[in-house]
Ligand binder design. Structure first.
Ligand SMILES: Nc1ncnc2c1ncn2[C@@H]1O[C@H](COP(=O)(O)OP(=O)(O)OP(=O)(O)O)[C@@H](O)[C@H]1O
Length: 793
C-alpha cells in the first residue's frame, strides 16, 4: 500500500491530544515533527482529522494538506494516517520488549528480529505462526499476535477506506459500524453500506463497487440500488410504500445497465432476495421498507389491544353530565354540542380522536377532559403523587409547553415521555408507559414510526386521546397517521367546526377556515386590520420583505415575534436567501462586532436561530427557535473551540463549533418547521416558482401559525393555486391494516377517492411480480398480523 508521493505528509510523534469527539473519532493533537515534505519549519504542528486509536508518544505518518484556520492559524488536516512501524533493529527490539508484550524481554526480542528481520511486524501480521519458533506456548503466542494485529488493524482499515475515496468522517462512521471486519464486509458487498451507514448513498457505494470490479447487473449492485431508491422515494413523497412499477423504472435508470438482458427479471429477483432477507415486504405491487410496514401493522395491533382491554368506566353517563355542568361553572364556559360530545366520548372510550381548526376549542376540551377524568375516576391531579397517572405530550417542545401552561400539569415532548434520544437508536427502543390517561396534542405532526413507538408503549387499560388538526400538513416523516386513524372510522371521533375565539378584529381564523373549505375569492387579498396582501414577483420579495420588517420594528414588533415562513429553501424568495436578507436588515455586521462563520452562514449576537435535531440531553428539540446571546471565540476559552451560547426560551445551550451544523438562521423558516408553533406576526411569501410545493394544507398550516398579524406577499396566483390544490394525500396502508385487524369491512372503492389515485401502477407491478412467480404476500407466509405486536425485526 504505497502512499501517493505528491501528497503532503508529516511523520512525527504525538505529543498531546487536546480534543477527541467519541461520536465521530475526530481528534486534534500536536506532533513533534520528524520528517515532512512541506515547507513548515517549526518543530511542532497541530494535526486534525478522524482517527481510530492514536497514542501519545507513538510515531505516525499523516497525509493530507495544510489549512489556514482563521482562528488557530496553520494546521495540518490529515485525511489518512498510519502508525510508523518500528523498522530499525534497535527500534524493533525496544518495541517487542516494551510493556505491551509481557513475557518478551530484551533477549527474546533480539531473537525475533534475528529470525524475522526488519519486516518482523509485517511477517507476524501475515503469518500468525511466524512466532512459533520462540516456543512460548500457544496461548502466549496467540496473545502477542493478537496484540500486534489489534494495534495495526484500525489504522489499516481507515487507511484503506481513505484509499477507497471515503473522507475521514464517513470512514470513521463505517469503521464504527463494522470494526476490524470493515474490509471484509466491503469487499463482500459494498452496497450493504447503503443500508448500514448513514450518509452513504447508492452513488458512493457504486464508486467503491466499481473499484472492486462489481458492475452492471451484479445482484449486489441491484440490491443497493433498490434499497437506496425505496428510501429516496419514501422521503420524497412521505408515503409508507412505493409503487413497484415506479421503483423498477427508477432503479433501471439509476443502474444504467440498459444493455443487460432480462434486467426486469433480475430486478425482481433482487426484490425477492430483499424480501427473503427481511428488509422489504412486497404486497399487491406495493413495496415496503419492512420497518414501515411492520410499524403500520403494529399500530393497528396496539390500538386493537387498547380497545380490547378497556374495561367499563366506573361512572354513569348521568354522573359525567353532572360533572360537566360543574366544570362549565368552574371554567366559566358553555360547551357547544360537539365539544360536549367530545368530552363524553373521550371519557368513556379507550381511544378517542379530536380534530379541529384554530380556535375551535381543542385546548379547552383537553382541560375539561383532564379535570372530569380526575373527578370521575377519583384520580389525583397532583403530579408529585405516586398515583398520578396522566401523561400529556406533544411532538414539539413548543406544543408541549403550551399544553403544560393551559392544563397546569406537566407536559412534555413525546420523545421525552418515551425516553427517546432522537438518534437512530430510537428504532430499537421499546419503552413502556404506565399512565392511565394519555393525551397527545398536535397529532398531525406525529409520523408512523414515532406513533408506533408511542402506541406500542401503552399498557392495557389506558385511555388514549389524540388531538390535532387533520387539515394541517402531515408529519415530516412518512405517513399521515392522524388522518388515517380518522378516516378509518374505527374510533370515536369529533370534528370541531365552530370557531369560539372571540376577537372582534380578527379575520385570520376565518380566513384559515375559508382556505380549508377551498374558498377562492377576492376577500383573501383584501386588506383588513389584522392581515394584508402585497402583490409582487419573486425578484421583489426580498426588497418588499425588508421594508415590511423595517416597518414592523417601527411599530414596536420585536423580531422574535415576527416570523417569515416560506415553502422552499432555494430561490430569491427561498428560505436561505431571505434569512441573509433579513439578517442584514435587523442584525447587520458593524465594525468591532463579533461574528463567526460556518459554510455560507454568519452568526452574530442577537441572531434568531432554529435548532434542527433533537437533543434530549440539552432539552432542545427540532424546530425550537432561540437567540444567540454569546459568542465565545476559541482564543477566549480554555477548551480552545469557538462556541455559541443560545437562549432557547430560557434554556441556555452552549454549542461548540462542531455542533453548529445543528442550527440555522431562523428569521425565515420552512412552513413544515413552524408546525406546532404560533407567532404574533407571520409574513408569508408565496411565488409561482414554488408551484411544486403549493398545496392547500401548506397555506392553511402557514396561515394558522399567525396569532395577531398576517402579511401575505408574492404572486396572487400562487395563493389561489395553493387553495385549489388538494392533491396531497399520501399513500399509506395504515387504514387497511386497521380494517384487517379490527375486522372492519372495507368501503366499496367508489366511496373512496380511488379514481383520483394512480391505481394502475400497482396493478402493473402486480402482474410483473405474479408473472415472475413472486407471491404478492411474500415474506408474509404463516405470519398473522398479530405477529407484529411489540416484536421488532
Ligand atoms: N364553548 C365555548 N364557549 C366560549 N368560548 C370558548 C368555547 N370553547 C372555546 N372557547 C374559547 O375560544 C378560544 C379558543 O379555544 P382553544 O384555545 O381551546 O381552541 P384551540 O382549538 O385549541 O385553538 P388553537 O389550536 O388555535 O390553539 C379560547 O379563548 C377559549 O376560551
Amino acid at each position: 500500500m504505497a502512499m501517493a508521493s505528491d501528497k503532503q505528509y508529516f511523520v512525527g510523534t504525538v505529543k498531546a491530544i487536546f480534543f477527541e469527539n467519541p461520536e465521530n473519532l475526530f481528534k486534534i493533537f500536536t506532533i513533534k515533527i520528524k520528517k515532512t515534505n512541506t515547507d513548515w519549519d517549526a518543530s511542532d504542528i497541530v494535526v486534525t482529522g478522524s482517527f481510530g486509536e492514536i497514542s501519545e508518544e507513538e510515531e505516525y505518518r499523516f497525509e493530507g494538506h495544510m489549512v489556514d484556520h482563521p482562528k488557530y492559524g496553520k494546521q495540518f488536516q490529515a485525511d489518512s494516517y498510519k502508525r510508523s512501524l518500528p523498522n530499525g533493529r534497535k527500534e524493533l527490539i525496544s518495541f517487542f520488549s516494551s510493556s505491551e508484550f509481557p513475557g518478551i524481554g530484551k533477549k527474546k526480542a533480539e531473537k525475533i528480529v534475528d529470525e524475522l528481520g526488519n519486516n518482523a511486524i509485517e511477517k507476524i501480521l501475515q503469518d500468525p505462526n511466524a512466532l512459533d519458533f520462540l516456543k512460548l506456548g500457544e496461548e502466549k503466542t496467540k496473545a502477542i499476535v493478537e496484540q500486534i494485529s489489534a494495534n495495526h488493524q484500525t489504522e489499516q482499515v481507515l487507511y484503506q477506506l481513505n484509499n477507497f475515496g471515503f473522507g475521514t468522517t464517513l470512514s470513521a462512521r463505517i469503521f464504527q459500524k463494522y470494526g476490524v471486519q470493515t474490509l471484509e464486509k466491503l469487499t463482500e458487498d459494498p452496497y450493504q453500506l447503503v443500508l448500514d451507514v448513514k450518509g452513504v448513498g447508492f452513488k458512493r457505494a457504486d464508486e467503491l463497487a466499481k473499484k472492486l470490479g462489481i458492475t452492471g447487473d451484479d445482484p449486489r449492485r441491484i440490491k443497493g440500488a433498490l434499497i437506496q431508491m425505496v428510501s429516496l422515494m419514501i422521503n420524497e413523497t412521505g408515503d409508507t410504500y412505493v409503487s413497484g412499477t415506479e421503483l423498477i423504472k427508477r432503479v433501471s435508470s439509476v443502474l444504467n445497465a440498459n444493455s443487460t438482458p432480462d434486467l426486469d427479471k433480475k430486478l425482481l429477483d433482487g426484490l425477492k432476495k430483499l424480501v427473503n432477507d427481511g428488509a422489504f415486504l412486497v404486497e399487491d405491487g406495493r413495496v415496503y421498507d419492512k420497518t414501515l410496514s411492520d410499524s403500520e401493522w403494529s399500530i393497528a395491533q396496539s390500538l386493537k389491544m387498547i380497545t380490547d382491554t378497556f374495561k367499563e368506566v366506573p361512572f354513569s353517563l348521568k354522573a359525567l353530565r353532572k360533572e360537566l355542568k360543574h366544570i362549565e361553572r368552574d371554567f366559566k364556559v358553555q360547551y357547544d354540542q360537539s365539544q360536549q360530545k367530545a368530552i363524553e366520548q373521550s371519557l368513556t372510550h379507550p381511544i378517542f380522536l379530536l380534530t379541529g381548526g384554530p380556535g375551535t376549542g381543542k385546548t379547552t376540551i383537553i382541560n375539561a377532559i383532564v379535570s372530569a377524568y380526575a373527578k370521575l375516576n377519583d384520580a389525583t391531579l397532583d403530579p408529585s403523587s405516586e398515583d398520578y397517572a396522566i401523561a400529556l405530550a406533544a411532538p414539539t417542545g413548543r406544543a408541549a409547553k403550551h399544553m403544560g401552561e393551559s392544563t397546569g400539569l406537566p407536559a412534555m415532548t413525546i420523545h421525552r415521555l418515551l425516553g427517546l434520544t432522537g438518534t437512530e437508536d430510537d428504532e430499537y427502543a421499546e419503552p413502556t408507559l404506565d399512565c392511565k390517561l394519555l393525551i397527545i396534542d398536535e397529532m398531525s405532526m406525529v409520523d408512523t414510526k414515532l406513533f408506533r413507538t408511542l402506541i406500542d408503549a401503552v399498557q392495557p387499560g389506558t385511555q388514549v386521546v389524540l388531538v390535532g388538526d387533520k387539515d394541517q400538513l402531515p408529519s415530516v416523516g412518512p405517513g399521515q397517521v392522524f388522518s388515517d386513524l380518522i378516516n378509518s372510522a374505527a374510533f370515536p371521533t369529533t370534528i370541531l367546526k365552530e370557531i369560539h375565539r372571540q376577537d372582534e378584529d380578527s379575520t385570520i381564523i376565518q380566513l384559515a377556515h375559508d382556505i380549508n373549505e377551498g374558498i377562492v375569492d377576492e376577500t383573501i387579498f383584501q386588506n383588513k386590520a389584522d392581515r394584508s396582501f402585497i402583490g409582487c414577483n419573486s425578484r421583489n420579495v426580498p426588497d418588499v420583505l425588508s421594508q415590511i420588517i423595517n416597518k414592523s420594528s417601527d411599530k414596536g414588533f420585536d423580531i422574535a415575534d415576527v416570523q417569515v415562513l416560506a415553502p422552499m429553501y432555494r430561490g430569491q424568495a427561498g428560505i436561505d436567501n431571505l434569512n441573509v436578507v433579513i439578517q442584514n436588515v435587523v442584525n447587520p455586521m458593524k465594525p468591532k462586532r463579533k461574528e463567526v462563520s460556518i459554510g455560507n452562514t454568519n452568526y452574530r449576537i442577537n441572531d434568531k436561530v432554529v435548532y434542527l435535531v433533537n437533543s434530549p440531553e440539552q432539552n432542545v428539540f427540532n424546530g425550537e427557535i432561540g437567540k444567540i446571546i454569546g459568542i465565545l471565540l476559541a482564543k477566549e476559552n480554555t477548551d480552545h473551540v469557538d462556541k455559541l451560547v443560545i437562549d432557547f426560551d430560557g434554556n441556555e445551550v452552549t454549542l461548540d463549533r462542531k455542533d453548529w451544523v445543528n442550527i440555522s438562521l431562523a428569521y425565515c423558516t420552512s412552513i413544515h418547521k413552524a408546525q406546532g408553533s404560533e407567532f404574533e406576526m407571520v409574513i408569508l411569501p408565496l411565488v409561482n416558482e414554488e408551484s411544486r410545493m403549493l398545496r392547500r394544507n401548506l397555506l392553511y398550516t402557514a396561515v394558522t401559525r399567525s396569532k395577531r398579524l398576517l402579511i401575505m406577499v408574492g404572486d396572487r396566483s400562487a395563493f389561489e393555486r395553493s387553495i385549489k390544490d388538494q392533491s396531497n394525500e399520501r399513500q399509506t396502508t395504515l387504514k387497511e391494516r386497521i380494517f384487517t385487524t379490527f375486522k372492519i369491512k372495507q368501503k366499496p372503492a367508489e366511496e373512496t377517492n380511488d379514481e383520483e389515485k394512480p391505481v394502475q401502477d400497482y396493478r402493473l407491478t402486480l402482474d410483473m411480480i405474479m408473472n415472475n412467480s413472486i407471491s404478492p404476500m411474500i415474506g408474509m407466509e404463516n405470519v398473522t398480523p398479530f405477529d407484529f405486536m411489540k416484536k421488532r425485526a
